[in-house]
Design a protein around this ligand. Structure first.
Ligand code: AMP
Length: 411
């Protein structure tokens, strides 16, 4: 079924066509009729499933034409996501006269005040700056008809829930609310009960399954060889664009420096960089000026960077959810991508919890002809267990590092 049968307005359908979308994604098929019919919706689909259009298209159809407002408020956890969602909504709305404004911190108030004063239909915002505008009286929410809480679990992680509550309290009770969240921890459940009215839940696929188009593997290595392995991977892999995740800002800067020294065009994205630097990094990565983007988890959620051919976890993520979010940056919208995770002995517990979380073993692989300090890492593969460590693994400390050895199997 195409988009035309879903009940969207002609102007919005024109916008969809201009985007080149032919088939609605599963979440769009299910959410669009619900939102059009006035239901509150909870979406627990992964990022990359087309959720922005899932709530954006019916919302725009119902707003139809410019009117005093804002009538829609979309809350996002980070500036990058706010900017990205604003761009998407603006694209979908391009054949309407609806006005879209993005509101986030780290930049001056001038332009935001001007746009708000001129009158806008849709505000896409991060919570902190939105509250500033409410306090300064440059924005009111008493005309809001559509409220979207995007990446709610991320807003929870970042400590925004009290701000979100204060904002929701300023919206009229009579409204449609949508909430998107990869996971629904108890605090989000409470928020749902408090802020939403008889919501319909849409769960696309198993919530914990990585996108099927992603091939993911683990490269075990000793700590001292991590950066050598990374450099070698970049040399051998035929990539268009690669996103590398590091645990710390300092680590990201260090890896970026190392890659620059080896003549890679590299940008860095983490929260110690100014808003201008962050935007420049993303823009340069999107338009191909940088082939490598080194980032901390700030970039892991939701960012839509087209055609990332490879994601490399230089550090294993410590929260299993972050693994899904990180590797969700590749293999988006049916393109296939590869996700590599570099693993050292200390990472074993985190890798196991990721594997439990996604209910899958991630294959361990060896980079052929790489000068490994320890070869015992791969004994298990030779023993006919290519799917990874069977049961337990012993990490054995040897001179200057560790090696892995298959542990006893549990009976
Ligand atoms: P999202 O999950 O909203 O961030 O969307 C992920 C990517 O899929 C974005 O690049 C969208 O432009 C794209 N997309 C969304 N819906 C469709 C569709 N129906 N057909 C093709 N691409 C889509």
């Amino acid at each position: 079924m195409g988009f035309t049968a879903l009940g969207l307005s002609d102007k919005v359908l024109e916008g969809v066509r201009a985007m080149g979308y032919v088939q609605p994604t599963p979440i769009q098929l299910r959410a669009i009729p619900l939102v059009l019919a006035g239901h509150d919706v909870i979406g627990s689909a992964q990022t990359g499933t087309g959720k922005t259009a899932a709530f954006g298209l019916p919302m725009l159809s119902k707003l139809a034409t410019h009117a005093p407002g804002p009538r829609t408020l979309i809350l996002e956890p980070t500036r990058e996501l706010a900017a990205q969602v604003e761009t998407a909504i603006r694209d979908y709305a391009r054949f309407t006269d609806l006005q879209v404004t993005v509101v986030y911190g780290g930049v001056g108030y001038g332009r935001q005040n001007e746009q708000l004063r001129a009158g806008t239909d849709i505000v896409v915002a991060t919570p902190g700056r939105l509250l500033d505008h409410l306090e300064q009286g440059t924005l009111r929410l008493d005309k809001v008809q559509f409220l979207v809480l995007d990446e709610a679990d991320r807003m929870l992680d970042m400590g925004f829930l009290p701000d979100v509550r204060r904002i929701v309290e300023k919206c009229p009770r009579q409204r449609h609310s949508s909430l998107f969240s990869a996971t629904i921890p108890p605090q989000i459940e409470t928020l749902i009960q408090w802020a939403m009215h008889n919501p319909e839940t849409i769960e696309i696929g198993a919530r914990r399954t990585p996108a099927e188009t992603v091939k993911h593997v683990i490269y075990p290595v000793s700590d001292s060889q991590k950066s050598d392995l990374l450099l070698e991977l970049l040399k051998r892999v035929n990539y268009n664009s690669v996103l590398i995740f590091c645990r710390t800002k300092h680590g990201a800067d260090r890896i970026a420096g190392l890659l620059k020294k080896h003549n890679h065009a590299v940008a860095v994205l983490h929260s110690n960089r100014t808003q201008g630097e962050r935007e420049q990094a993303l823009r340069g990565f999107r338009d191909g000026r940088f082939e490598v983007l080194v980032a901390t988890d700030i970039a892991a959620r939701g960012l839509d960077i087209a055609d990332v051919s490879h994601v490399i976890n230089y550090d294993v993520p410590q929260h299993p959810e972050d693994y899904i979010h990180r590797i969700g940056r590749t293999g988006r919208a049916e393109h296939s991508g590869d996700a590599f995770t570099i693993m050292i002995a200390e990472d074993a517990p985190h890798v196991y919890s990721i594997e439990r979380f996604i209910s899958q073993k991630i294959p361990r692989v060896k980079l052929e002809n790489f000068d490994y300090t320890y070869t015992a890492l791969f004994e298990e593969a030779k023993a006919g267990q290519p799917q990874g460590f069977p049961g337990k693994v012993r990490a054995v400390r040897v001179r200057g590092g560790y090696h892995f050895a298959p542990g006893k199997r549990r009976r």
